[in-house]
Design a protein around this ligand. Sequence first.
Ligand code: ATP
Ligand code: MG
Length: 392
Amino acid sequence: MYTSFLIKYGEIGIKGKNRRMFEQALMDQIRFALKPVDGTFAVTYEQGRVYVNASDEFDYDGALDALKKVFGIVGICPMVQVEENGIEKLIEDVIQYLKDTLTEGKHTFKVDTKRANKAFPMNSQEINMLLGEKILDAFPDLSVDVHDPEIMLHVEIRTHVNIFSEIIPGPGGMPVGTNGRAMLLLSGGIDSPVAGYMIAKRGVAIDAVYFHAPPYTSERAKNKVVDLARIISRYCGPIRLHVVNFTDIQMYIYETCPHDELTIIMRRYMMRIAEEFAAQDGSLGLVTGESIGQVASQTMQSLACTNDVCTLPVYRPLIGFDKQEIVKVSEDIDTYETSILPYEDCCTIFVAKHPVTKPRVDRIRKSELKLAEKIDELYRTAVDTAETILVK
Ligand code: ATP
Ligand code: MG
């Protein structure tokens, strides 16, 4: 029966010009999210309000699912929107709304009227009283509870009338696109998709870079990363995914540098290359799925060594998370099942039996000097031959 949604968004800290930008980005993201859903949707703005109006036939559950993924939305209210045509018509519409939505049994309710249209001849309090009375007459199983009602019936009188009683929580956060852009190092694991999700939740648009090592890593491993990018793009918006062939760099490091430093040196080259793409895409930072102490390459010393080559800020939203907490989010956002598919990762191919856990930056830099002969050329080739996939 519902064909419209009222979208509630957090308004704290969004004033003046920022507010319009916030609302515009929110509407863009809502349109993007609804694209794959059956039906046609008009996303409109009116006096500090965002509405989604659907065609008569549409996939209600699909639309709700899509809206639940739009950052910036704090509440989704399925509503009935009717003409404003005087108090008698309003009473009729409200009774009809309850007839259509009431479940069986006894319920308590309260009417909460907001009158934005001051031309309407009664004030909010008078309307509450009158509607309350008429509802009690029409539905003997209902009673009023002004403190803790089961049904909070919202009636908004504007240029038209909005009637709704359900507020479904949205994901919160800020609309993607209101806080710049960042480059996510996206692997096929559990952590990095969650990291991307969390940064996007703060309004940051995401691009991504994936390092693969054919033939040691398969086409399926790459497709898995594309799939992960697609899942998080439902939240993050379209993602440019740069797929970098890392094999030659990796082999060269393997042949040239101490094996216990392999992972760290490799990670440093990943960061350098990611910065290259960040510059191309206008990204203001890098994002990784690292968390302190999770593995040898994520000790404080290792992170310091990785960071040593970065000029952009590196955001690590999972830094203080336990694995279980990360898994919980990945289940909630639907990346978990894909992340655990058993495909090989380039980091695990040439991994040392005993990687350093307390690398020293000066030693790592020194080891890297051994790469001088060929690394610049390999680096250029890796960047220039990268494949860019637009994931949406
Ligand atoms: P994840 O589950 O995200 O793969 P992880 O626990 O396996 O993380 P590492 O393999 O040490 O941890 O990687 C740490 C971070 O480095 C990842 O979260 C990701 O941001 C980045 N990273 C690792 N491997 C790749 C890769 N092949 N391509 C792009 N980024 C990668
Ligand atoms: Mg990994």
